[in-house]
Design a protein around this ligand. Structure first.
Ligand code: HEM
Length: 387
């Protein structure tokens, strides 16, 4: 019996598969979970009432320091709804535009000035600085040295010895993890809490204090934001920058368009290259987790149109399919920071790509990060001027 041609073979575009992360796909599968693929099935599972979080090392995060109030990613039902309602005010389009955007512009200008003075820089490092600067402001982690905090968070979340998987490496990784958690607590979180106990501000830590969260609960929530908001945005900005740097027509279109046009290109990059490749849920009444394959959902031609593995900002999506597909999740845990992440990428890349003589000197190394079940891009070098 003849087999059906794959989506790539059927696609008339010469380079049918433009996913840079395709090379590392498949390394994220978790044994014991039932796979769910395709846009509609994944979206329905994310929207299903009564399902519980089973990803992001749910069991580890909730055990660390024995928090009495689980972080937002692990809450369900009414408790979850209350936290989302209380923190929604930090993420409205108006707040993103009026409060967060000036911080993004200042950070982007600082990073790009430094790069120009040095004759080059690392895109992944600049992206991490952007992501941490903005998320730290939203969370309220503003009382410590930012360079140090970036180092501490980067060491905790990046692929390290734990990725090798043997018992000695895992033991070392666990010990290092505890030490890093302690450092993060003492240097970054504790001073932030102390300042807000004296004078509350408009940020997540002030809200958690007013809601009676203990220091340990706040530490764990800050870590959740670190993984959910900082790590993901860093990878996204680096990936989008990489695509734009090595595709001159796409870059020209990005720079010639208005903000809406740039956002559409960025959403399409994220659809094609979702940073979080897999989400996990335990459906109501079942202990077997479902592995919800975001990459397959975002490559489902019925939802996202023909040639799903090609980068096409003008693609004809089905009704009610968003620009980034399911890259920001769906249902009750859908990412509240989606607008923040897209605005950050737009502000930074719009400025970066206008630097005269900018070029990609080295494409990044790519690895698989099991915590976010997605790609990790490192050592992406840029040069300015010269030959
Ligand atoms: C491109 C960047 C980003 C991507 C791809 C991303 C992706 C996601 C995804 C897929 C989820 C859902 C997880 C699940 O359903 O299990 C999520 C949740 C979350 N994200 Fe993002 N995110 C990004 C940026 C941000 C930013 C900038 C922030 C905050 C500053 C943020 C804060 C959160 C929080 C707090 C949650 C948990 C929401 C809840 O459980 O109700 N994210 N994110």
């Amino acid at each position: 019996m003849p087999t059906a041609p794959s989506e790539v073979e059927r696609c008339p575009v010469a380079s049918g598969d433009q996913r840079k992360s395709a090379a590392i796909v498949g390394k994220g599968a978790v044994a014991g979970a039932t796979p769910v693929t395709g846009y509609a099935a994944v979206r329905d599972a994310l929207r299903a009432a009564g399902s519980r979080q089973a990803g992001f090392r749910a069991e580890l995060v909730s055990r660390r320091g024995n928090p009495t109030r689980p972080p937002i990613l692990f809450l369900t039902g009414e408790a979850h709804r209350r936290q989302r309602a209380a923190t929604a005010r930090f993420f409205t389009p108006r707040v993103v535009n009026e409060r967060h955007r000036p911080i993004m512009v200042e950070a982007a200008d600082r990073l790009i000035d430094d790069m120009r003075r040095a004759g080059g820089g690392r895109l992944d490092r600049m992206a991490l600085d952007m992501a941490v600067t903005v998320a730290a402001q939203i969370v309220g982690l503003t009382e410590s040295d930012k360079r140090g905090m970036i180092r501490r968070l980067d060491a905790f979340f990046s692929v390290g010895v734990s990725a090798r998987g043997d018992r000695v490496s895992s033991a070392i990784a666990s010990l290092l993890g505890r030490l890093r958690m302690l450092h993060f607590h003492l240097r970054d979180v504790r001073p932030a809490i102390a300042a807000r106990r004296k004078a509350p501000r408009e940020d997540v830590i002030s809200h958690l204090l007013s809601d009676g969260y203990s220091d340990v609960d706040i530490l764990v929530e800050c870590f959740t934001y670190g993984a959910a908001g900082m790590v993901t945005t860093r990878e996204f900005i680096t990936m989008a920058g990489w695509h734009l740097l090595d595709k001159a027509p796409l870059r020209a279109r990005f720079l010639a368009g208005d903000r809406e046009g740039r956002m559409a290109i960025l959403e399409e990059v994220l659809r094609l290259e979702p940073v979080v490749g897999m989400l996990y849920r335990r459906p109501a009444g079942s202990e077997t987790p479902l592995a919800l394959d975001i990459r397959s959902a975002n490559g489902d031609a019925e939802a996202v149109g023909a040639c799903p593995f090609a980068l096409g900002p003008d693609r004809a999506r089905a009704d009610r399919v968003g620009g980034a597909g399911l890259a920001f999740g769906d249902g009750e845990h859908r990412c509240p920071g989606a607008g923040v992440a897209l605005a950050e990428a737009e502000v930074f890349l719009d400025r970066l790509l206008r630097v005269p003589g900018l070029r990609l000197a080295r494409a990044p190394d790519m690895a698989w990060n099991p915590l976010i079940t997605g790609y990790e891009l490192r050592d992406c070098r840029l040069e300015v001027g010269g030959a």
